[in-house]
Design a protein around this ligand. Sequence first.
Ligand SMILES: [Zn+2]
Length: 47
Amino acid sequence: MAKDPVCKMNVSETGARFKSEYLGVTYYFCSEGCKKSFDSNPVKYVK
Ligand SMILES: [Zn+2]
């Protein structure tokens, strides 16, 4: 399982519909809304 960096929900990488790559790392999201939040300001969610 991967963790949605926006809402901290666990997301399965298998067949994940919402993902983004940032600085060479792939992040998975539970929804398009979380992906959009991440894409608009990834620095806020990446430690
Ligand atoms: Zn989410």
